[in-house]
Ligand binder design. Structure first.
Ligand code: FE2
Ligand code: FE2
Length: 163
């Protein structure tokens, strides 16, 4: 079992926690899916399983978990400024990843995956971007969601288990 030290550094990092707190505050009355730690962890587990099945396990579990845990940290920026949160999250992720011991090439890969996480099933996504995009959908429980009638993401396919 490989080490998850750098992922645990990330979870303990004050900037990571501050971004989650800002988003939590701004989502207090949100009726749609929220973007806290639980969401990041769910996406991490699903994306990791998907990449292993696809034979892309060489990315490394730490890279996948870090990308998933960070993929929505810029949500609060989107609420405050309108900037797309995929871009904002990628920018905010870089200094945190560097402080947690990730190498330059890993940081580039993670930032790209985060930037791509809203592009669904498009051609040319990196394996990590593709995994995050799919896991982001598969991490939702639309069946038990009271807001689904008003949700732009919702369709009948979201009620089927596809993965
Ligand atoms: Fe997102
Ligand atoms: Fe997400």
């Amino acid at each position: 079992m490989s080490s998850m030290n750098r992922v645990n550094n990330l979870i303990d990092h004050p900037e990571f926690q501050q971004h989650l707190e800002k988003t939590e505050e701004l989502e207090r009355v949100r009726k749609f899916c929220k973007h806290g730690f639980e969401h990041g962890l769910a996406v991490a587990r699903i994306a990791n399983a998907y990449l292993l099945e696809e034979g892309a396990g060489k990315l490394g579990r730490e890279v996948v978990y870090a990308a998933a845990l960070l993929h929505d940290i810029g949500r609060w920026v989107e609420y405050e400024t309108g900037q797309d949160h995929a871009a904002a999250s990628a920018e905010l992720a870089v200094p945190i990843l560097a402080a947690c011991g990730f190498a330059g090439t890993e940081i580039e890969m993670i930032a790209q995956g985060i930037r791509e996480h809203r592009l669904r099933r498009q051609e040319g996504l990196s394996p990590l971007g593709q995994a995050l995009a799919l896991a982001d959908d598969w991490a939702r429980d639309c069946r038990n969601c009271a807001a689904r009638a008003d949700c732009y993401k919702f369709g009948d396919s979201m009620l089927r288990i596809t993965y």
